[in-house]
Write a protein that binds this ligand. Structure first.
Ligand SMILES: NC(=O)c1ccc[n+]([C@@H]2O[C@H](COP(=O)([O-])OP(=O)(O)OC[C@H]3O[C@@H](n4cnc5c(N)ncnc54)[C@H](OP(=O)(O)O)[C@@H]3O)[C@@H](O)[C@H]2O)c1
Length: 269
């Protein structure tokens, strides 16, 4: 970016209204509300360090999040019909089958919070198989057999993509979840899944918490994939700031971005 091609812009402090801790989190829930049951919305929630790391020294995002991030994380789970994660995240973070966060059950409209894993291989961590409810598994042709052995064929959403055995058609995947009444989607990553979701143009909203620390070289950023380092062949996708919350005590920044999606056949400016 060349400074002389960008006229100077006004800057505004975000510290306008306080949202003190509230056991029922009514005001935070109103800020993140996307509509009642049946509303189709795909939200992704990720955390990053100031220097862009998606995980900390223990290879888990849990070591870079903090109390401010956790407040919003709980509310987003409470408002969702289904949490969608890549199998890599489920394995690294040992995901259990989920329940709505304690004290926030009233935000979910009475339905249980579902978990859906996206996998090519169909290899699931045992942690998701321990609970009374079974997760959904979204997979391609190659993963369907192993997934069905683990969770039962009725919980497998087989949506093969065009690129071969393990490929998953993410547009068809979110359609299939919606057909099952799971329309308010919260994806909790990880970076590989987010890269493929952005490439498939299925993301409506990206929530990113920036926690006040620097991790150093090593970890991936919140969007990651097998492409060559330093290169991206696709033009940047515009994002519009929905809101930015600041935790004054820590400096944590909690942003909600609308991701501009291309209308079918249209080219983004
Ligand atoms: N900073 C954050 O907010 C955040 C959030 C989540 C996770 N993380 C961290 O990220 C790390 C894991 O990174 P990751 O990139 O490996 O996570 P990931 O995207 O959850 O996992 C990658 C695996 O998920 C499956 N997968 C993802 N996208 C797929 C697609 N489009 N189609 C089919 N399968 C798909 C594949 O599973 P199979 O191998 O089974 O085929 C793939 O190997 C962990 O350290 C975790 O703590 C950070």
């Amino acid at each position: 970016m060349s400074p002389d091609t960008h006229p100077p812009l006004d800057l505004v402090s975000p510290a306008r209204e306080h949202l003190p801790p509230d056991p029922a989190e009514e005001r935070l829930a109103a800020l993140y509300d996307v509509g009642g049951p049946g509303t189709r919305h795909v939200r992704v929630n990720m955390v990053s360090s100031v220097d862009g790391a998606a995980w900390g020294p223990d290879h888990r995002s849990g070591s870079i999040n903090d109390a401010a991030d956790f407040r919003v994380f709980r509310v987003l789970r409470a408002l969702a019909d289904v949490v969608v994660v890549g199998a890599g995240t489920a394995r690294a973070e040992r995901y259990p089958v989920l329940d709505r966060p304690d004290g926030l059950e009233h935000l979910g409209g009475g339905a249980p919070l579902e978990l859906a894993l996206v996998t090519r291989s169909g290899t699931l961590p045992t942690s998701v198989l321990d609970g009374a409810r079974r997760p959904w598994v979204v997979t391609g042709r190659g993963g369907a057999g192993p997934a069905a052995d683990a969770v039962g064929a009725d919980r497998v959403i087989e949506v093969p993509g065009p690129a071969g055995d393990g490929d998953v058609d993410l547009v068809a995947a979110f359609d299939a979840l919606a057909e099952r009444g799971l329309t308010r989607v919260l994806s909790e990553g990880g970076p590989t899944l987010l890269a493929t979701m952005l490439a498939a143009d299925v993301v409506d909203e990206l929530c990113v918490t920036t926690t006040p620390e620097l991790v150093g070289a090593g970890p991936a950023r919140i969007v990651s994939g097998p492409g060559p380092v330093g290169a991206s062949s696709a033009p940047p996708v515009p994002a519009t700031l929905g809101h930015l919350l600041v935790a004054p005590a820590s400096g944590t920044l909690v942003a909600r971005w609308e991701v501009r999606r291309a209308a079918p056949g249209a080219t983004l400016p």
